[in-house]
Design a protein around this ligand. Structure first.
Ligand SMILES: [Zn+2]
Ligand SMILES: [Zn+2]
Ligand SMILES: [Zn+2]
Length: 318
């Protein structure tokens, strides 16, 4: 369990990075590394992995040279069980939060960062790890009979805080119990008004091991690299140059050195394009495939298996 003390913070603001590092030190973590770019973060992550360590990761949603999707698409295929906590700007759309959780992030942390929030997430994470560790030490056969009711309820409650809808299949797989066992708990929560049963839901499952713990991976359509960023491009009509906004220094086209003058007349801005950091190609859309977080199998959407189970709406008690 060498991973316990290692934390990697990928955060472009040195002030926020230092604050987080300080919080984690207070929580007893000793091996803390900070990277200010996505590139530096991935390099540090690979070093950790080489040393046999999977660090806990704090990841800034908006990095200058990368996106959270890009970083996660580079990390999860190497270590599918890496715990990634995404830092989102205050007031970030609920959609974004759902999206990053759906992509395999462990949790999210809203900025400005408060010690209490960090402590709460870390406490749950540590409890969950020790729970899973204990569970993996038990014999497979004692799986459904040797159940710590209180712990399961606690974990289900935690899982429910990360989402507004969840399927029976998904909860069962996170907890590692059969649908029959988990269903009893969900029925209880339903009678307490915490959950509302919806229609059944079909979910993408691994075409090798049937697990629905999968994550979407993004990559460049040209060179297949997952190292990309989201940015603005400017097209200079006169010479046809299309490059990033930042390459037009002092409003001069980097190709023909002429000044760009009027938007829509001699140039246009192309918003929200994915720009590959490896081959420099840009795309309005990025390619995607899936990775199974259980057996590490990679597969395309069209090859996915689908599994359906009862879906629940989570009633927010806040
Ligand atoms: Zn699988
Ligand atoms: Zn590329
Ligand atoms: Zn030009």
């Amino acid at each position: 369990m060498t991973a316990k003390n290692s934390v990697l913070i990928i955060e472009d603001s040195p002030a926020v990075g230092m604050l987080l590092a300080e919080f984690m030190r207070k929580l007893g973590y000793t091996d803390i590394k900070t990277a200010e770019t996505g590139h530096a973060g991935i390099t540090l992550f690979k070093q950790y992995v080489q040393d046999g360590i999977t660090p806990l990761i704090f990841l800034d949603y908006n990095l200058p040279d990368s996106t959270a999707n890009s970083i996660m698409s580079q990390i999860l295929p190497i270590k599918p069980f890496t715990k990634i906590i995404i830092e989102t700007a205050n007031g970030k759309e609920e959609e974004t939060i759902k999206e990053v959780i759906g992509l395999g992030a462990y949790h999210y942390l809203q900025k400005p960062i408060h010690f209490n929030d960090v402590e709460r997430i870390i406490t749950i994470l540590e409890e969950e790890e020790s729970y899973l560790e204990k569970k993996s030490q038990q014999k497979e056969t004692s799986k459904d009979t040797d159940i710590d009711e209180e712990k399961i309820t606690e974990h289900i409650n935690f899982i429910l805080t990360t989402t507004s809808q969840i399927s029976l299949n998904k909860i069962s797989q996170i907890l590692g119990f059969s649908n029959n066992v988990v269903d009893d708990y969900l029925k209880k929560l339903e009678s307490k008004g915490r959950l509302v049963q919806l229609d059944s839901k079909k979910e993408i499952a691994c075409n090798q091991c049937d697990s629905i713990r999968t994550s979407q991976i993004f990559y460049c359509p040209n060179c297949k690299s997952s190292n990309f960023k989201l940015g603005k491009l400017i097209e200079h009509y006169d010479c046809g140059n299309i490059t990033e906004e930042g390459t037009y220094q002092n409003d001069l086209c980097p190709n023909c050195k002429k000044e760009i003058k009027a938007l829509g007349v001699d140039y246009r801005v192309m918003q929200n394009h994915y720009i590959c950091n490896d081959c420099n190609e840009f795309f309005p859309e990025i390619s995607t495939s899936y990775i199974c977080l259980k057996c590490e199998n990679k597969f395309k959407l069209e090859d996915a298996r689908w599994k359906s189970s009862v879906n629940y709406k989570v009633v927010n008690t806040k």
